[in-house]
Design a protein around this ligand. Structure first.
Ligand code: PEP
Ligand code: MN
Length: 259
């Protein structure tokens, strides 16, 4: 029988899709801290399907730094090596560089850039800083495994890597639940096994709607995931990106009771 995640301690990363204001970041940090969640996600730079809100960029670095001073580990997506250099500079100035988690998103599939980001983490950041790797958007197990190999090519220790399943493009696929991206839980488990790395699940980008986020979690508890990355927003309808899938803090409470 597949081990159920209910039996063990999960890592929880929660927070808004994107950093939008200082007030939003600090209030999220405080809310999460109250729940005992110590890792907050918030993207500063956003890859977008069509041009639109691309994140607040460097302006938000001091907000994240402030959250580290509240005891939160801040998680953010890095698209380019220069962004990481700016982040390192800004967080070290007023915050705690030990309390940072970075991720490479599904759309960032240039292995030279992936490797360069990992190299900067290895050479310029404290050993506590880890790199989370999301799967690419299209279904291809070999490519997913390849990202890990490319990143390991930087010399970064595998102990600093975490994987995250965010589903695969649902275009043209049979999709009865109308998920934004289709999960392949079995593949995620195989990749976890083959790489020996922890595997998290992102129900937000798989589900695409609040109702589906809950549905994905219900399905995911039957697999051996090591943690969850979930989008939470103080006022989801006002969110500048991914408004339909971000849950409220109250909904987060109910969701956490189901796992
Ligand atoms: C995100 O986590 O906000 C994101 C853009 O995810 P993905 O790379 O999985 O699309
Ligand atoms: Mn998002």
């Amino acid at each position: 029988m597949t081990p159920n995640v209910l039996n063990k301690k999960l890592t929880i990363i929660a927070g808004p899709c994107a950093a939008e204001s200082q007030e939003q970041i600090i209030s999220c940090a405080k809310e999460l801290k109250k729940k005992g969640i110590r890792i907050m996600r918030a993207s500063l730079w956003k890859p977008r399907t069509r041009p639109g809100f691309e994140g607040v960029g460097t302006k938000g670095i001091p907000w994240l730094a402030e959250a580290t001073n509240l005891g939160m580990t801040v998680a953010t997506e890095i698209l380019l090596p220069e962004q990481l250099t700016q982040l390192i500079k800004g967080i070290s100035k007023i915050g705690d560089l030990n309390k940072v988690l970075l991720w490479i998103g599904s759309r960032n599939q240039n292995h030279l850039i992936q490797r360069e980001i990992a190299k900067i983490i290895k050479e310029k950041m404290p050993k506590t800083v880890k790199l989370l790797i999301k799967n690419q958007a299209w279904v291809d197990e070999r490519h997913w495994l390849g990202i890990v190999d490319h990143i390991l090519g930087s010399g970064i220790s595998p102990k600093r890597l975490i994987l995250c399943h965010r589903g695969f493009s649902s275009q043209g696929q049979n999709n009865p639940d109308n998920f934004r991206n289709l999960p392949d839980f079995e593949m995620a488990m195989r990749v976890k096994e083959k790489t020996g790395l922890p595997m998290m699940i992102d129900p937000s980008h798989i589900g695409g709607t609040v109702e589906n986020v809950f549905k994905v979690m219900e399905m995911a508890v039957n697999f051996n995931f090591d943690g969850i990355m979930i989008e939470v927003h103080p006022k989801p309808i006002e969110a500048k990106s991914d408004a339909k899938q971000q849950i409220t803090f109250k909904e987060l409470n109910s969701l956490l009771k189901t796992i």
